[in-house]
Write a protein that binds this ligand. Structure first.
Ligand code: 5RP
Length: 264
């Protein structure tokens, strides 16, 4: 018996996680949605040279409409949650984009954060449920971001639990932070996992973190600041790509970064 699956859903996933390597480099430029506007993100109009090196862009609809040419052939992971700034309680966010607008924008996935253990934990988990339900209805995958409040410990126990909860709720992909014993996070999470880059760290350390993540079961990265705040954003994204897609060594990837052009 032939069972026809959901072609649109599968096609969207395959546009993001590349079937050839089973891996993915997402470029995160959604930081401004809660008021975090670091370094190069201030020059938001100049980010375009980076886009061709990303497998997918993770951003808000404002960034998409203002900074991304509609001719760009890259899958879009649209952040559809907002409502809290970094000046107040970050977990107090809701879904702020109608699914109709996401479809109008031709997105390949929807994303929101979950704040497991946070003040508005339930609200954030129900936000994710809403996206999963829309995703089922319209064939759009969901990326759940396990956001970590100031008071949360970024260890394998916590991040593994949050990632597993997201997967059990139906998230297609999970984005979480890298931590020690990361195999315990990916090992407990049935959905593909990508890591966030986190705050800017030295380039070699960010490459080592990417290497450790894929060696321990991540399918890739969803990295922002460690790319666009680098002195060579293009060198850095190419170096991360070499690790994620070609299993390059950290030393070889570091050479790619060093040979990259300065600035954007
Ligand atoms: C926070 C987000 C971020 O905007 C994204 O993770 C930032 O990426 P990076 O940490 O690599 O700068 O989704 O929940």
């Amino acid at each position: 018996m032939t069972v026809l699956g959901d072609w649109g859903f599968t096609n969207r996933v395959n546009r993001i996680i590349k079937p050839k390597s089973g891996r993915c480099v997402m470029l995160a430029i959604d930081h401004g949605y809660f008021g975090n506007i670091p370094g190069q993100l201030k020059d938001f109009k100049n980010l375009e040279p980076l886009f061709e090196y990303a497998d997918a862009l993770m951003l808000t609809r404002g960034m998409l409409r203002n900074c991304v040419p509609a001719a760009l052939d890259k899958p879009i992971i649209l952040r559809v949650s907002a409502g809290a700034s970094m000046l107040k309680e970050l977990s107090n966010e809701e879904i702020n984009v109608a699914v109709d607008d996401a479809i109008r924008l031709n997105v390949s996935a929807l994303t929101c954060s979950i704040f497991v253990g946070g003040e508005y934990e339930k609200q954030s988990l129900l936000n994710l449920s809403k996206l999963v339900n829309w995703g089922q209805e319209y064939g759009i995958p969901t990326l759940a971001v396990t956001a970590v409040g100031r008071e949360m410990v970024r260890d394998a126990r916590y991040l593994g639990m949050a990632s597993r909860m997201a997967a059990e709720m139906g998230a297609t992909m999970v984005k979480t932070y890298y931590c020690e014993n990361f195999d315990q996070v990916t090992g407990i999470c049935p959905s593909p996992v990508v890591i966030a880059g986190g705050k800017k760290i030295p380039e070699k350390d960010a490459l080592q973190m990417s290497k450790n993540a894929v060696n321990n079961g991540a399918v890739g990265v969803d990295m922002g600041r460690n790319i666009f705040q680098s002195d060579s954003p293009i060198g850095m994204i190419k170096a991360v790509r070499a690790i994620v897609h070609e299993n390059a060594s950290v030393d070889d990837a570091f050479e790619i970064y060093k040979n990259g052009p300065k600035g954007l």
